[in-house]
Design a protein around this ligand. Sequence first.
Ligand SMILES: Cc1cc2nc3c(=O)[nH]c(=O)nc-3n(C[C@H](O)[C@H](O)[C@H](O)COP(=O)(O)O)c2cc1C
Length: 310
Amino acid sequence: MRTILPSDLSHRDRHQLLLSGVSPRPIAFVTSVDAEGNVNLSPFSFFNAYASNPPIVAIGPAIAAKTGRAKHTWLNILATRECTISAVSHSMVHAMNLTAADYPNEVDEYLKAGFTKRESVKVSPPSVAESPYSMECILMENIELRRDIGGNGNLMLLEVVAFHVAESVMRNERVDPRALDLVGRMGGAYYTRTQDIFEANQPPHIPIGMDGLPEHIRTSSVLTGNDLARLAYIHTLPAVDPAFMHFEEAVMADSLEIELAMFRPKNALYAWLQTGNRSNVTELHRIAQVFIAQGKVEEAWQTLLMQNSE
Ligand SMILES: Cc1cc2nc3c(=O)[nH]c(=O)nc-3n(C[C@H](O)[C@H](O)[C@H](O)COP(=O)(O)O)c2cc1C
């Protein structure tokens, strides 16, 4: 493991190192307007939500390290105290890149990138009509980040005063993340698309935790950290359920390897019982792993507890 102190890096390397670990980041596609009414549209991935009552988000427009130029977005929001933030879907990525160029202030990036303006209801800047999700925001506070030591960052806290969500991304009165198809920014020119979506519900009670797992499970050479954590979600250690390994009638099971490959853990367990070699507990852990992958954590526990009862 390498330990790196920020003070030992150039600004450029520090920037890349920071952003490769704070990743992926959501992208705020910010529309602001200057005092003369010139519209500005620019992406900011120093962006996140910090409160929901009231809804508060923040963006971080930096003062350019090389030129000392302040971002138009920053100046506009300081002057008018308003902006909109549109989410960036995969279909918008390359047009979004067109808006990030260093255009003079009077250039309207909506025209450069071919986006359409949607009128706002609470603030004067419009939002991006092509985006399925946008927010109208009012500036709460701008915090200059260590300007005393030459820092170039800003944190703009923005209160959301209106949301706009496309009907096409609503399912059962909730926003469907698959339909939004948002992108995240990673280090350098890397982006990620939010299509590999999985669920990870938090345990609904105080879990036993990793340190509550029996030694023979915790030190498994088969189960991964995620597998062990899923087992550690439970509230109390389960008791052996004798019915679990009781098979009413002969199961048409193939060999243990085939059953595992076919993701049929219950059949694999039956095959394991037939082998007569019950000292091979590694196989029990492999079977439990398949149960966990299928979300059948109780069955995984019963499988692992057979190690004790053998
Ligand atoms: C995906 C993406 C994310 C960006 N995030 C930031 C950011 O968080 N802070 C920043 O200062 N610049 C960021 N930039 C660069 C600005 O978008 C760029 O400097 C833009 O020209 C600023 O426009 P403005 O001066 O009209 O406000 C980002 C660029 C891209 C493409």
